[in-house]
Design a protein. Structure first.
Length: 194
């Protein structure tokens, strides 16, 4: 199995985990796998040093969110959507991605068919899940997933160290904002003694 196929498998696996399951550990595992897949592709374009910045910053963002959720309840979802409906949506997303993955290369010069396919899967999964949630932390998780799809495409056009660092810092900042907002929501819903 080549690197492109391995990275595409990581995108599909992380997208399925991210969309279908409610457990926060599986959600963070999906985010970690997704960062690994993006690393594999970006390494071919940026080189090992710049791609490592993306991977380390992504995994640090996952660690920040994991530390925030460590003492939380097992399920943080605020949707009651069934897993079969989500699976149906994911299959439709895969069909749309498969049919239009090659077209991304004509829209964005330099993006391969596999990169286009993975980007559509990552962005589409994030947008679908974003429609099911209202909590700040869930929205931040969706935004982190969405940014990775765009960063996958953006890496073709810009390969400077400053860009890699700024993208990493934006992921870290977004995870810190998510951790802060989750703390505020949790503190706001606590039952106070009368």
């Amino acid at each position: 199995m080549g690197q492109d196929q391995l990275a595409l498998l990581a995108a599909v696996l992380s997208g399925a985990l991210f969309l279908l399951f409610r457990n926060w550990r599986l959600t963070l595992a999906a985010l970690s796998v997704q960062y690994l897949g993006v690393f594999i592709w970006v390494r071919e374009i940026w080189g090992l040093e710049l791609a490592a910045i993306k991977l380390i910053a992504g995994w640090m963002a996952v660690a920040i969110l994991g530390a925030t959720l460590r003492g939380a309840a097992a399920d943080l979802d605020d949707d009651d959507t069934g897993i079969l409906f989500k699976l149906f949506l994911f299959i439709i997303l895969l069909l749309v991605a498969w049919s239009s993955g090659g077209e991304v290369g004509s829209w964005l010069a330099g993006v391969t068919q596999e990169q286009g396919l993975a980007g559509i899967i990552l962005v589409g999964t994030a947008l679908i899940r974003l429609g099911f949630h209202t909590r700040a932390l869930q929205i931040v998780l969706c935004l982190l997933f969405l940014f990775s799809g765009f960063e996958l495409w953006f890496a073709v056009f810009e390969d400077s160290a400053l860009t890699a660092v700024l993208l990493g810092v934006s992921n870290l900042a977004l995870s810190l904002v998510g951790a802060f907002l989750h703390g505020q929501e949790t503190a706001g819903t606590a039952v106070l003694p009368e």
